[in-house]
Design a protein around this ligand. Structure first.
Ligand code: 5RP
Length: 235
């Protein structure tokens, strides 16, 4: 293991908290191996920290085009997920995480590739600041990647369970994911049973990936707080 432990501090900005937790995740990087790398602003801090140990790792499997470009710009080799059978560690952020390690992900629209890389990894290390910790998932609208022709039918299907689904826009147009699909952001949910919810919605025709990660849950959460980076282990 490569060990780098940031010091505790008070009154840090959210950006500084992300930097601290990104650096703290270096302790889970295994020398000589290929690492799974997620997406988002917190992961960007981790990628930046990874540059300092780039000569000690073989490379990375990335969950988005944006992360791939950032890794490559720092001289870190990126492997296709099909080239690698098993990863020992996957480091990624989350939009919400509960006290059991279940997460909502997809705020950066990379949820499908994130779930794929998480599924081929033995350990999911989630890096967040303390604002992401919740008792029950659902405060953050759940991202769902869907096939465009199913959008309106899925909007109605979510309405039938009391939720409001909206197509995510970018510059006034539906955002198109790295996989050529679109995102529904689903508000009004209280997810009491994350596995049951993920199982059910994953079967709705037209759904590519639901942004609830209960089957690919975190084994470890590194959470940046004003008093330092705390570690939560889930079993
Ligand atoms: C991208 C993700 C991100 O991990 C999630 O949105 C958290 O992002 P950030 O670190 O920017 O808050 O799931 O699809």
């Amino acid at each position: 293991m490569i060990n780098t432990q940031p010091a505790a501090s008070a009154a840090l900005s959210q950006d500084e908290l992300k930097t601290r937790v990104g650096q703290a995740a270096l302790q889970y990087v295994v020398a000589g191996q290929i690492l799974g790398v997620g997406s988002g602003s917190t992961v960007n801090k981790f990628i930046d920290a990874l540059a300092s140990v780039r000569d000690q790792i073989k490379g990375a499997v990335s969950s988005s085009i944006a992360s791939t470009e950032r890794l490559q710009a720092l001289g870190i080799e990126v492997f296709d997920s099909n080239q690698v059978e098993r990863l020992s560690v996957y480091v990624d952020g989350a939009d919400e995480i509960d006290h059991q390690g279940n997460m909502i992900k997809g705020g950066g629209a990379a949820l499908t590739r994130e779930k794929i890389v998480a599924a081929q990894s033995a350990k999911f290390v989630c890096i967040v600041d303390q604002s992401k910790l919740v008792q029950t998932l659902g405060r953050y609208p759940v991202p769902v990647e869907v096939i465009p022709m199913a959008v309106q039918r899925l909007v109605r299907q979510f309405a039938s369970i009391g939720a409001q689904a909206r197509v995510r826009l970018q510059d006034g147009q539906p955002l198109v994911t790295d996989n050529g699909q679109v995102i529904l952001d689903v508000a009004g949910l209280r997810i009491w049973n994350p596995r049951a919810f993920e199982s059910e919605v994953s079967q709705w025709p037209g759904v590519v990936t639901v942004g609830v990660f209960a089957f690919q849950q975190a084994q470890v959460c590194l959470m940046a707080t004003a008093s330092g980076v705390k570690t939560m282990n889930f079993y």
